[in-house]
Design a protein around this ligand. Structure first.
Ligand code: G3H
Ligand code: 13P
Ligand code: ZN
Length: 311
């Protein structure tokens, strides 16, 4: 088995009414936690690298760690660039062995988004890679770029068909009320995704894979753990998992999760170090963090995404 594209994963997920988990990776322990969980659940998985993660780890390490995970697990694993912001970055990742790239030109005017996405699609398809594009903008933080809630906008269903036809993209991220980060909804309000938009989009794009970004659920267990051991994250609220499950049954084939892994890792490390103040061996706190990421990902695969047993 080698790194695969998401094409077959999405075709099966669409037909089967489930979604593939796309988890952000930044280091070895995160990659091991996710892929050990996927292995135990016999689930296909997407490991995604943001431009910030690529800068942090450099262009080689994460690719090699993902290759190691393929060897260790024998699973179909897709290596995906998350939120690529230029043709040059997407090209560099395809050249480095990524099987999938996202070109996120969603903040640009429609015609510019079409032109840039088309350019990336032509290069990626000529080199065996697939492309995710985005229409509509999410609120939240990506790579230190903060989009205010009032500047975000839902995807307009009337745009999607023309966009997909003109760009040739392989999957489409849409904005239906999710947002990046740990503070997705105002405390006291009822989180509700716009399933009416999702359904209208999928009626206009029958069989076409839809992607949901900003899909962390922000487990309160870990928020409380962070707050109990010196952290300060009041009002952290995520997307209810039953709504993600519903989206996975519909046209959503890829669900992006990063913040939940960060919360699990940070909560576990904070607790461990608070309880073992004399410890200074990184393996002692990174090991439990990796284990909790694994348990969290197993829960996502089985209870939210429904992709267990689908590898
Ligand atoms: O959507 C953004 C992801 O959570 C990646 O975050 O850009 O801080 O690596 P990052
Ligand atoms: P979260 O911040 O909800 O985990 O979203 C991650 C994401 O969309 C990565 O592209
Ligand atoms: Zn995202």
């Amino acid at each position: 088995m080698s790194i695969v594209t998401s094409q077959e994963m999405f075709a099966k997920a669409y037909a089967g009414g489930y979604a593939i988990g796309a988890f952000n990776v930044n280091n070895m322990e995160i990659i091991q936690g996710i892929t050990e969980a996927a292995k135990e659940c016999n689930a296909p998985v997407i490991l995604q690298v943001s431009s910030g993660a690529r800068k942090y780890a450099n262009r080689t390490y994460l690719v090699k760690l993902v290759e190691a995970a393929v060897i260790e697990t024998g699973l179909p694993i897709c290596l995906h660039l998350d939120h690529g912001d230029s043709f040059e970055l997407c090209k560099a990742c395809v050249d480095d062995g990524f099987s999938s790239v996202m070109i996120d030109a969603s903040s640009k005017p429609f015609e510019e988004n079409v032109a840039l996405t088309r350019q990336v699609v032509e290069y990626a398809h000529a080199h065996g890679a697939v492309v995710e594009a985005e229409l509509g903008t999410l609120a939240g933080i990506e790579d230190d770029v903060k989009v205010k809630a009032e500047d975000s906008s839902y995807t307009r269903p009337e745009d999607v068909q023309e966009f997909v036809e003109r760009t040739g993209c392989d999957s489409l991220a849409i904005a239906i009320g999710t947002s990046h980060g740990a503070y997705k909804f105002k405390p006291g309000t009822k989180p509700q995704l716009r399933f009416d938009i999702l359904e209208e989009v999928s009626e206009r794009l029958p069989g076409f894979p839809i992607v949901l970004h900003g899909s962390s659920s922000v487990p309160q267990e870990y928020v409380q753990m962070i707050n109990a051991f010196g952290g300060d994250m009041p009002g952290a609220i995520g997307v209810p998992e039953d709504q993600l499950r519903q989206a996975a049954r519909l046209a959503v084939c890829k669900i992006n999760i990063d913040s939940d892994l960060r919360l699990a890792m940070t909560g576990t490390i904070r607790k461990y170090l608070a309880e073992h103040p004399a410890e200074f061996d990184p393996r002692k706190y990174l090991g439990p963090a990796r284990e909790n990421i694994k348990q969290l990902v197993k829960h996502k695969i089985v209870d939210v995404l429904g992709c267990d047993g689908k590898a």
